[in-house]
Design a protein around this ligand. Structure first.
Ligand code: ZN
Length: 91
């Protein structure tokens, strides 16, 4: 069931996410221009421009659309993100 949600994004989903990212970028640039979140958002917009948006950088699978709509700058799927944070906490 969950696996079925892993798929490439449709063009209308991509443009909706692009809008969300642009909006957040504007707000954060105004409120907190040195935040790490801003660089994450900029990186996500670059991935969008290159057509690389929506794949997990660790496992290469598609990140679920619901996750991307909540956290459009996410670089990892949830499982990989959790693993990554666990490893980071160990060091
Ligand atoms: Zn992953």
């Amino acid at each position: 069931m969950e696996e079925a949600e892993r798929r490439p994004l449709r063009p209308e989903e991509l443009s909706r996410i692009k809008e969300i990212l642009r909006q957040r970028e504007k707000e954060i640039r105004r409120e907190d221009p040195h935040s790490e979140l801003l660089s994450e958002i900029e990186a996500a917009l670059r991935r969008l421009a290159r057509g690389e948006f929506g794949r997990c950088v660790d496992c290469g699978r598609w990140i679920r659309i619901r996750r991307l709509e909540t956290i459009p700058w996410a670089r990892r799927c949830r499982a990989c993100q959790e693993r990554w944070e666990m490893l980071e906490a160990v060091e």
